[in-house]
Write a protein that binds this ligand. Sequence first.
Ligand SMILES: Nc1ncnc2c1ncn2[C@@H]1O[C@H](COP(=O)(O)OP(=O)(O)OP(=O)(O)O)[C@@H](O)[C@H]1O
Ligand SMILES: [Mg+2]
Length: 328
Amino acid sequence: MTRADERPGGQRVPPPVRRLPLTGGEATVVDAVDPAEQPTTVLPGGAGDATGAAGASGGGASRFVSAPRRRIGSASIAVDRMQVEELSIAYGSKLAVDSVSLPIRQGEVLALIGPSGCGKTTLLRSLNRLTELTKTASMKGRIVLDGEDIATLEPTALRRRVTMVFQQPNPFPMSVFDNVAYVLREQASRRPRKAALQTAVRSALARAGLLDEVVADLAHPALRLSGGQQQRLCIARALAVDPEVLLLDEPCSALDPQSTQVIEQLIVQLREQVAVVIVTHNLQQAYRIADRVAFMYLGELVEYGPADQIFGAPREQRTREYVSGGFG
Ligand SMILES: Nc1ncnc2c1ncn2[C@@H]1O[C@H](COP(=O)(O)OP(=O)(O)OP(=O)(O)O)[C@@H](O)[C@H]1O
Ligand SMILES: [Mg+2]
């Protein structure tokens, strides 16, 4: 496995282009481009590009147009929260994750990318021990959360510290208020007082960037919200228990471009308070919001590093081909 902060081994690879719309918030420009390079291909950008394809012609990452990378806000110093150590997961005799090691840090968004079936969801689900709910699944290696092996933690307690949002928004068939109140009541040792509950529900909705849109009618049925609002409600639910790590499995794949953009901005803001791991097929999205990227292929972690490295100067040939749209 490659290490995050090493420089590419002498070989210069021109960076891919990400032409990014800048919407709201302060923008930091991260220029990962060598001006001496003379690239020629432009990749499409925009939050609406949910195709997952990088969009370059199939000629690999050898020809690109340079463009600055823009990101909303800037993270504070990153702190290690989880450590994945030589993790292997098999379903029966089929290996889905093959000896993967990587850190997960608060202050950073980590994007897991790779073609379908390469083990992204399996890796993500193992972080809060959801994989073990699959009878055929077996695991080797270790996952540590704040110094403790998660295998030694009580699963429900772990799943409050490491919460997950799924691809399809799945609000409970109850009011907006009760969706969030439900998880708060469930985790409380005694029934929370009404006023405390009101405050906590509003706070979670605000953190998920949804409060303004729903505050006039918190009794509104959650299933009648738009898809983007439902997904933010699910994020509010996941945040209500004050987790240390937030896992997102393709959270925008069922959403329209506008909702995608709102959720991307939210994710970037959230990384200050919680370590964020997102699985995405949308390379533009990974480029826009990730600080670190892990590229997986056939269960292996092919390359892990800063987003600028993975998209701008990948060290591995397979990464180069994947981020340039060569396969996947
Ligand atoms: N419950 C299961 N039982 C058996 N095999 C499974 C199970 N879940 C996943 N697999 C297999 O494990 C491998 C990795 O699957 P996983 O869902 O983790 O991939 P992924 O990278 O998330 O794919 P996608 O991008 O399509 O969501 C695949 O070969 C898949 O068929
Ligand atoms: Mg998946």
